[in-house]
Ligand binder design. Structure first.
Ligand SMILES: [Zn+2]
Length: 338
């Protein structure tokens, strides 16, 4: 099968072709597993963290990719949840304890980090970590829901906002443009404020119904109850803390932060950014409960992901576009056509 693999950790400042197209044998599903024929796989910022070694895959080479939509191609022994040909999605959690806090467990195994993921024609996964995809979504539209959407849903819950509270989103990429639509549905009386460095992303946020959109360091007309940060940088953290009202909560929806602008943390002052019982909460991974709960909600709204599709062989191009940011919505790789 065709696969785009990561053979070694590299700096993306030095190469823009970190992945290589290779032929691999089709994997064999074990007991309780499915062999999934991958239709599409979304491209996530976490892939950049893996390529540059901020999250190190335990062994190389590895097939990246954890926003997978495909069809059940073969059933492993004792697999009974799905039928051949069923459409399924797979996200970042490849297996864990099955408990509500499985995302925090040392047993957590990630798709496309600990086991081969979806930048390939086939992949295997436990049937307990595959999810039916609501019919309303095409494969392409479903892909970004499996990480960007699902982890955004978890981040939104962790804000603990109530209907009518004021919510901010700093960074407006694949995840935030879905969270905005989700928040409008779940909290219809809440006003939404978006901080994005790129004017086109600010405009996109207004089109999707943001009350206000401005630059990362802009001051919104009101202080906010909660802000979700989905950027890899530190400046948005400092600015978000400044824009919270007393008792407000910042939720950082990122697996790793980059060090590029870490010096901005020196701008933190206790009285302006932290005092008044402000809180910071990070989001760590995703559970299968999050995805099983989120996908039907996404189908009911229905969420409308903004997607640019590229062929599997152009995975390096898709990664470069994500790295430079500023683009609307998500990137999805077309792996195979039925
Ligand atoms: Zn992801």
């Amino acid at each position: 099968m065709r696969a785009m693999v990561l053979k070694q950790i590299v700096s993306l400042a030095k190469t823009n072709t970190p992945l290589e197209l290779v032929e691999l044998p089709i994997p064999v599903p074990g007991p309780g597993e499915l062999l999934v024929k991958v239709s599409v796989c979304g491209v996530c910022h976490t892939e950049l963290d893996e390529i540059e070694g901020r999250i190190v895959p335990p062994k190389l080479p590895i097939v990246l990719g954890h926003e997978i939509a495909g069809r059940v191609h073969q059933l492993g022994e004792k697999s009974s949840r799905f039928q051949l040909g069923d459409r399924v999605g797979v996200g970042w959690v490849h297996s864990s304890t099955g408990q509500p806090d499985e995302n925090l467990s040392p047993e957590f195994r990630a798709t496309g980090r600990d086991v081969n993921g979806g930048y390939a024609e086939y992949m295997t996964v436990s049937e307990n970590y595959a999810y039916p995809i609501p019919e309303i979504f095409s494969d392409v539209d479903a892909a970004p829901l499996l990480c960007a959407g699902g982890i955004g849903y978890r981040a939104l819950r962790l804000t603990r906002i109530r209907n009518g509270d004021l919510l901010g989103l700093t960074g407006f990429g694949a995840s935030a443009h879905l969270v905005l639509q989700l928040a409008k549905h779940l909290f219809p009386e809440s006003r939404l404020y978006v901080f994005a460095r790129d004017p086109d992303q600010q405009q996109f946020a207004r089109e999707l119904g943001a009350e206000w959109a401005g630059a990362t360091d802009a001051t919104p007309p009101e202080k906010l109850h909660a802000i979700i940060d989905s950027t890899p940088a530190w400046k948005p953290v400092v600015e978000a803390l400044r824009n919270l009202r007393p008792g407000g909560r910042l939720v950082i929806n990122a697996i790793r932060k980059e060090d590029t602008d870490k010096a901005r943390l020196q701008d933190l002052t206790y009285h302006e950014h932290l005092w008044s019982e402000k809180e910071i909460k990070s989001v760590a991974n995703i559970t299968h409960f999050d995805l099983a709960e989120f996908l039907p909600i996404a189908g009911k709204i229905p969420l409308k992901p903004e997607v640019r599709v590229l062929p599997l062989e152009q995975a390096n191009q898709a990664l470069t576009e994500i790295r430079h940011g500023g683009a609307r919505g998500a990137r999805v790789l077309r792996v195979s056509v039925d």
